[in-house]
Design a protein around this ligand. Structure first.
Ligand code: DC
Length: 223
């Protein structure tokens, strides 16, 4: 079986994390959450008092950081930040540092290194468009904004206690705006991505659909 690179992009709350993890586990591939890297940089910048719009300073900080994203844990410079990076404050900090071209260049290089050998499912916003334009399979997951807000509000990995769906929807809309309108690598579906709408679809159905796309691409066949 060829060692595939599978790119999964889409907005927050579309189900990327759950689906990417399940698909990777089913195929025996590594799962990499690229958003966690932007979150870790946002977390460290806040902690060190670096202004989130100071591109040179945040890039220097990113360059000097060792980020490890594996086995559902996120470490930066050996500090486990898995839980700390799932807060509304870090949602905003991550979106801010993700707007900076020099920071993106540093993280994209790390992501390309991780995926160089294939057998990887990487999720994010620009995986099929920028990080791996040559990815073997590109999926763009989407869902209605209400549903994405509801999922995010109920997500136990997002700390801060139960949140009102309406409040989450406002924040999510703001972040969508930031992710889709930024000058560098804005979120959009690659021309050759397969769009999967996850609205009102149980997660196991979406996972099945994605695995069928992988098999249907002919790439999953042995030989
Ligand atoms: O997927 P997430 O919500 O954890 O991502 C955090 C932020 O990082 C979000 O604002 C989008 C941004 N991001 C990005 O610009 N490029 C990626 N490949 C992944 C995430």
């Amino acid at each position: 079986m060829r060692k595939l690179i599978i790119a999964i992009d889409g907005p927050s709350g579309a189900g990327k994390g759950t689906v990417a993890r399940a698909v990777a586990s089913e195929l025996g591939y590594r799962h990499v959450d690229s958003g966690a890297m932007y979150r870790a940089i946002g977390w460290k910048a806040l902690r060190e008092g670096v202004a989130l719009d100071d591109e040179a300073a945040v890039a220097a900080l990113a360059d000097a950081s060792l980020i490890v994203v594996s086995n559902a844990r996120v470490l930066i410079d050996s500090v486990d930040v898995t839980r700390e990076i799932r807060t509304p404050e870090i949602d905003r900090a991550a979106a801010a540092v993700a707007r900076l071209p020099r920071v993106r260049a540093i993280l994209v290089a790390v992501q390309r290194d991780l995926g160089a050998g294939g057998e990887i499912v990487m999720e994010g916003r620009d995986i099929g468009t920028v990080v791996f334009p040559q990815a073997d399979v590109k999926i763009y997951l989407d869902a209605a904004p209400e549903e994405r807000a509801r999922r995010r509000a109920q997500d136990p990995s997002h700390s801060g206690g139960p949140a009102a769906v309406s409040e989450v929807k406002t924040l999510l809309t703001e972040r969508d705006r930031s992710d889709t309108t930024r000058a560098v690598s804005p979120l959009y579906a690659a021309a050759d991505a397969i769009v999967v709408d996850t609205t009102r679809k149980p997660v196991q159905d979406v996972v099945k659909e994605v695995l069928e796309i992988v098999k249907g691409s002919g790439l999953g066949a042995r030989g």
